[in-house]
Design a protein. Structure first.
Length: 264
């Protein structure tokens, strides 16, 4: 059988194009194009946006949960062998009635509230010992946000020690078109001058390298792109309009000016 000669160049180009399209369509988003030596240093943590009360995997206030208006305090004051029990609602002034005493507790933790109750009771009792139990009017769950090339973008309740990989998984995972080595995290709270960090989940899947699976802070905004975003400045220009449009309905009204005043 003789080899085929003089194959029309059009056919050759068509076959090459089909092969290229097949390769592109089957690109593995979890395959890193970078060498193992391309691991950058860890990012510097910056102050987060206003915090919630508890992580998604917690059901009760923690020792760091602040006391706020509308919360209820159960107070037990012990002196000697006896004890007195009180229950009071934290008013808009930040004070709570403990018997005839008015104690300022707004914005402080339970431990600080116990100290303030003891100080208020000392003129009337000998060596009072206070125990305060906080009952929140409404617990605010800590959260992060995931947008971009994921299946269910939006707000994600934040579990303790959550990472970028866990947040993306909570968004029902990524599409095949996602560029996992270009994931960006917007952090810092000042959206007029956004701090943009880079996470690389392709390194996790390719090399088992977790060094760029960044630990999240509350209110971080994770953006999973379809295209290369460049350096932090260029990335900010590309993703902030998307983040602005997506996140404004989810954030409190007092944060909206921070988005509308964005300056690249």
């Amino acid at each position: 059988m003789k080899p085929i000669r003089n194959v029309p160049i059009v056919i050759v180009l068509c076959i090459a194009q089909m092969t290229l399209l097949h390769m592109v369509g089957c690109r593995n988003p979890g395959q890193s194009t970078l060498p193992p030596s391309a691991v950058s240093t860890h990012p510097v943590s910056l102050p987060p946006l206003p915090k919630g009360d508890v992580y998604a995997d917690e059901t009760v206030p923690t020792t760091e949960t602040p006391i706020e208006t509308g919360d209820t305090l159960e107070v037990v004051i012990r002196r000697g062998a006896g004890e007195e029990k009180y229950s009071g609602l934290v008013r808009e002034t930040g004070t709570v009635s403990v018997g005839f005493m008015e104690v300022p507790v707004g914005g402080v933790t339970v431990a600080e509230a116990e100290r303030r109750v003891e100080d208020a009771a000392k003129p009337f009792m000998r060596e009072p010992r206070a125990q305060v139990t906080l009952k929140k009017k409404l617990l605010k769950i800590k959260r992060v946000f995931v947008f971009g090339d994921v299946k269910k973008p939006g707000m994600i309740p934040m579990a303790r020690d959550m990472t970028v990989l866990q947040a993306v998984a909570a968004a029902d995972n990524f599409y095949e078109t996602a560029l996992l080595e270009e994931i960006r995290i917007v952090r810092g709270g000042d959206f007029s001058r956004p701090q943009v960090l880079t996470a690389d989940l392709a390194r996790v899947f390719t090399y088992g390298d977790l060094s760029r699976n960044i630990a999240l802070e509350e209110n971080d905004v994770i953006f999973v792109p379809r295209e290369q975003l460049g350096d932090a400045s260029e990335a900010a220009k590309k993703i902030m309009p998307v983040v602005q449009a997506a996140i404004m309905p989810l954030y409190p009204a007092y944060l909206i000016p921070a988005f509308t005043s964005f300056k690249p």
